[in-house]
Write a protein of this length. Sequence first.
Length: 541
Amino acid sequence: MTEIAEGAMATVGAPSEPAKMESDFTPRKVKIAAGILIGQTFGTSILPYSALTLLLFPLTMEFGWDAQQFSWSVPFLFACGGLSVWIIGRTSDKVGVRPVLLVGTTAVGLITLAMSFQTASLWQFYILYALLGIFGSSGLAYSKIVASTFTQHRGKAMAFLTAESNFARAGIMLVVNWLLLVYGWRDMYVVFAVTILACVPVLFVTLEEPGEREQSGRRATLCSVVLLGYGTILAFCLLSFVNKTEVLGSACYYIGSMAPGSCVPRWIYYLVWFLAVGLLLAGAMMLVRTKLGRKTETTFQDVTSQPVLAPTGPSVKIQLEGMTVREAVRSTSFWLMLLAVFIGLFVFNGLLPHLIPALVRKGFDQTTVVEIQSATLVVSVVGALVGGWMTDRFQTAKIAVPFSLLTALGSVFILVVTPTFGGATLLAVSFAFSAFSFNAMFPMGMYFPTRFFGLASFAEIVGVMFTFTNLFAGLSAPLFGFIFDRMHSYDLVFEIVIVLQLIAALCWYLMPPYRYAKNIGQMPVTVTEATAEEQVLVAGA
């Protein structure tokens, strides 16, 4: 089969000589990585979704729901996300990842804001999480950007982004716990909404379409206009819809016609103003810099002794190679991967709202459990980095087998641990095993499709997989809730989890060899960029 790197070179350079390829450490790619980090951490549905772990008790107590009724928000989220992810993946491949991410992030922010107005209506709760699933699926586009941008260290790049997300997840749990105790769950949703919406201009400025390099001057002007417009709209909303009054001698900021007793924390109000002013200043500086004609110098790594350069022009575009969806679903690797991924999501989504309550029922203190869970951050980061390094180092999908077995062992420890048997120490070990193995497999789950199915229809193929998994993986939360309501114990839940994790290990063991090259999707260096590199080298000499 023709290697993707060779196919890409043939489309932009001389067919008889290799092209000079762009390094994974250029300023352009660092900028893209920064945008992905910010977007994945603060601009996706991870904020409102992660809060579900700690919302079971406050929402059921306030509105009179039981655990099973509360848990049905998870299948609504994943079922609607599953129905939309195929369309979102296809749109990302055909239209572009940037429009998908910008629209999706904006919608997620507005939906999160609407969650702060939750009433006792279960259908309102379900509909909001259904909408969150639909627009939250736009995060799939990040995977295609990472897979097509970092071609020489793809596994490590996915691991690095996963490790950074682990920092965020650990911090999110602490922030959620603090916001719930200090301000309540309504203000928590307001904070999350502002954070998500603040990511939209950042994504617009930093992200680029896979396989394309756009003209910098035109893009900079457009980015500056977006920053100025976004900052202006944000300032207008603060001036028009946020009111101030005095409550017990202190300033109280409230939105619209909300009761003065429903005060927005003062630091949030000032933070939003700081964000609005920052966007206006950043947009103005970028516009001035563009008009003055300043250019950012970039350097690229020379990977050949006699490179062939791509032609100059307003943009560079390569043809991404890969299977179609029809070809992918006919392969054994697709179904084995689908089953393994489904099991992982089924277990994760099922335990998310029930893990902490299960441990609290064993006699552990909730704050202690959250602190131990957050303390496994370092282990999670190490696991992600180890998994990413192994995907680049070992050319087989069977490397996921030992991590699946380690996850099962962690579940065994959670099943047997109590405050008197093993105590906090064994609980920490079980969390560490699960965190290490799960986060090691996370970058693998996104890396493997690039090697089995290519990049041409990457988002759509992954979207098809998620359509199957999300439609049914969300049922695990109410199933686990049903088991607990009937048996008043979570023991059977953890026994089911252990068996499923062993089946996932078997699926990874049966995976066939890779189909596509390791460096699939490499971009060539343009003549203009090579000239800039030579000028930098001469100046340095």
